[in-house]
Design a protein around this ligand. Structure first.
Ligand SMILES: [Zn+2]
Length: 81
């Protein structure tokens, strides 16, 4: 399975119309090594940090920035072939 695994808040397994939407997931390209795209990785971890507090939130911000930069480097390198 590839693509972001994030399920939107509107997703409900009891009512979801699988015929018109077989994949309720986000499905965007993921952050390497993670199950989510940049936006949802951020969303999911932000939610966790609401409990952990502000300091942790800043660390996550930095981690996201680092991952974005790494992804940009990966993309640049893939053009280089
Ligand atoms: Zn996503």
């Amino acid at each position: 399975m590839s693509g972001c695994q994030y399920l939107g808040p509107e997703f409900d397994p009891r009512t979801w119309d699988y015929n018109s939407n077989p994949t309720p997931y986000c499905g965007k390209p993921v952050v390497s090594g993670k199950s989510y795209c940049h936006d949802h990785y951020y969303t999911v971890y932000k939610r966790g940090t609401a409990i952990a507090g502000r300091k942790k939130e800043k660390e996550i911000d930095q981690e996201i920035e680092a991952l974005k930069k790494q992804q940009e480097i990966d993309e640049m390198e893939s053009y280089d072939v």
